[in-house]
Design a protein around this ligand. Structure first.
Ligand code: NAP
Length: 308
């Protein structure tokens, strides 16, 4: 099969940090265009909108949609309607129903839809999953605390309804949790803290349970200065599993495990190419469903206004 003629839509931080290097290093892709209102990618034609790009470059076979989640559905709908395979950045959309609609549209057209969850490809995740498959978890504690001013400067969309606030990083933790746990969990209680002047939460405290005895506590906070935490701690009869740095380091019973080197986005693009070749989709909304449940069940507390 010849290289997939790919276009990228919504050129911002993650496109430059991760998508462009991963695509350039993968011979399964030829990046031939971009669409973004204000930004372009050096060396390829740039269009102001996906509609204009699809009309002028019918040879495009697939698109990666990297704009904020509130604006992803209409672009994905336009791409699928035009017969293109679609890679969705995380979170896959602003609502569960719009992702279900895209899934049905992709299936009806025989196209690939991929809900990418990059943190699941952190090198410690599969070894942790394998250990927990053999050693049942008794409890889990997730601590995802970072400084929003450092990681998300000038990103207004993240504070707007549908931008998810602290769940934008927190959903990465939930993508790991839902990947490594051997049993399903569901939200049993939550509290969300909303700055007085924002539409999305700055902190969340979540409690989950399984049908059995498993309990999961997750703390997300965007006000963390100093040491940043992206940790998942799991207690088992054979000791503690500790995933740190977003899944890139792993300790089991106090012993750090040797891991492959980090390759989250190269892995995502490998999986997407495999899906396209196989004529399949991979649509997993489990992390987004937990976030939706938190907005549905969570108690709301208004806290101090947040200023950049
Ligand atoms: P970003 O830097 O704000 O870039 C998003 C781009 O989307 C913007 O540069 C903008 O380009 C375009 N866009 C289209 N419609 C927009 C609108 N109405 N409002 C704002 N921008 C719009 O954001 P990002 O950090 O790359 O994040 C994009 C997605 O990737 C998010 O879903 C995020 O969760 C995910 N992600 C981000 C990271 C990270 O480290 N930043 C990591 C993993 C995943 P134009 O102005 O040219 O249209």
């Amino acid at each position: 099969m010849s290289a997939i003629k790919l276009a990228i839509v919504g050129v911002g931080k993650i496109v430059h940090d991760q998508h462009l290097p991963a695509i350039a290093a993968n011979p399964d892709y030829q990046l031939i265009a971009s669409a973004s209102r204000n930004h372009t990618v050096d060396g390829i034609p740039g269009f102001k909108s996906i509609e204009e790009m699809l009309a002028q470059m019918p040879e495009i076979e697939a698109v990666s949609l990297c704009m904020p989640p509130q604006y992803r559905y209409s672009a994905a709908h336009a791409a699928l309607t035009a017969g293109k395979h679609v890679f969705l950045e995380k979170p896959p959309g602003a609502t569960l129903s719009e992702v279900a609609d895209l899934e049905a549209l992709a299936a009806s057209k025989g196209l690939t839809l991929f809900t990418s969850w990059h943190s699941r490809y952190a090198p410690g995740v599969q070894p942790a999953k394998a250990f927990l498959a053999a050693n049942a978890p008794a409890s889990m504690h997730v601590i995802w605390k970072e400084d929003v001013r450092h990681w998300h400067p000038n990103q207004d969309w993240i504070w707007q309804a549908g931008g998810l606030g602290v769940f934008d990083p927190g959903i990465n933790a939930l993508s790991i949790v839902t990947e490594i746990l051997p049993e399903r969990i569901f939200l049993s209680g939550a509290s969300l803290e909303f700055p007085d002047n924002r539409e999305a939460p700055i902190a969340a405290d979540l409690h989950f349970q399984s049908a059995g005895a498993l309990r999961v506590h997750a703390e997300f906070d965007w006000r963390q200065t100093g040491k940043q935490s992206w940790d998942v701690l799991v207690e088992t009869a054979k000791g503690q599993v500790k995933l740190s740095d977003g899944g890139s380091r792993l300790w089991i019973d106090g012993v750090e495990q040797p891991l492959e080197k980090e390759a989250e986005y190269p892995s995502l693009y490998r999986v997407f190419a495999d899906l396209v070749k196989a004529g399949k989709s991979d649509v997993d909304v489990a992390p987004l469903r937990h976030v939706a449940d938190a907005f549905m069940l969570g108690k709301r507390k208004v806290v101090d206004a947040f200023h950049d």
